[in-house]
Write a protein that binds this ligand. Sequence first.
Ligand SMILES: CC(C)(COP(=O)(O)OP(=O)(O)OC[C@H]1O[C@@H](n2cnc3c(N)ncnc32)[C@H](O)[C@@H]1OP(=O)(O)O)[C@@H](O)C(=O)NCCC(=O)NCCS
Length: 379
Amino acid sequence: MGYGELNIRSYNPQKDRARVEDLERRCEVGPAERGFLFTDTLGDPICRIRNSPIYNMIVAELNNQLVGVIQGSIKLVTIHKPPKNLARVGYILGLRVAPLFRRRGIGSSLVVRLEEWFIASGVDYAYMATEKDNDASFKLFVEKLGYVKFRTPAILVNPVNCPMYRISSKYEFEKLKVEEAESLYRKFMSSMEFFPSDIGKILRNKLSLGTWVAYPRGESWGEILPSSWAMVSVWNSGEVFKLRLGNAPTSCLMYTKSSQLMGNLVPCFKWRGIPDFMHPFGFYFIYGVYREGPMSGKLVRTLCRLVHNMAAKCSDCKAVVTEVGGSDTLRRHIPHWRLLSCPEDMWCIKGLKNEERESFYELIKTPTTRTLFVDPREV
Ligand SMILES: CC(C)(COP(=O)(O)OP(=O)(O)OC[C@H]1O[C@@H](n2cnc3c(N)ncnc32)[C@H](O)[C@@H]1OP(=O)(O)O)[C@@H](O)C(=O)NCCC(=O)NCCS
């Protein structure tokens, strides 16, 4: 490339930990006008993939300087691909190239190296998620490396603030045992796209705070399920890494300031302001949202409020985040702030096996509105 020899190799914790953290701190993600989001991995750069069954981190060095990094994880998921409807998928995340070294092919070389590892590990499809307006990332994956836009789930963000929500007495709640939660997920959600075959491991992970169900008061939770019910699970992402907003859009800052002012001036007024996102904060991720029955929308809303109240008791948890598929009607029932949410997180996919070409076309031509299972380990 004319700038020295690019050395792409596996991550070595002793040698690379501090340098990868430094690179992460210098890399803004997202377009300037929306405000950059920085990740603080709390001294463990591999924390975002550590909970996946198989993972890898690759770094790029130029003249002994660490200039790029990428991470990947592999798992088995439901994908409508007869006869077994299962596929091995490789998820790409955490691609970063140091600002002074961009547009020299380092980002693409890292992706290609990770794809080689996927292929050697028998992966059928590689996929990644990016914000719709991350032009550099979109052009790299779609225009240069042949990825195809595939699904556009919405990331819904609800700031955690006081006062807490009032929880209606019309509903009953129950925290499920892990075995019960696993069997409900397998029974009701296993045909959902990207449902992970190791759901039990996710539910048993120490970051998984539990699974709750809600149903109308007066009915009972047992062998026969209530007439309406809803279920959510909660993952404590803040245990693994923190986020911080840099260069926040003026509208967001003004809102933060004015809401703080409002809170100071009229403390008795139940004002829901935006918490301080400029300092590192953690968040709870709601996953595995499922509902059945005519009242289930309200039950989902109530469960989300219950999670909000749990989060409010955790000192550095400043947001509750959920990700739901395309036109999923669920999003109407999940409390969120439009100002903070992302209506279209863009998932792109690439088939890595020639013989899978046909099922790949089947997969990408199915409507983008299908319900997706979003794995909390990949947030
Ligand atoms: C996205 C990123 C990794 C690209 O790294 P890079 O080393 O500059 O990428 P490459 O040099 O391999 O670029 C490959 C192609 O991507 C496209 N591309 C890369 N950066 C671009 C930009 N800023 N604007 C438009 N297209 C861009 C171009 O098509 C480029 O090919 P070309 O240079 O021949 O025109 C880098 O900009 C980055 O670290 N950004 C911040 C973190 C981030 O957004 N990561 C992606 C999260 S999914």
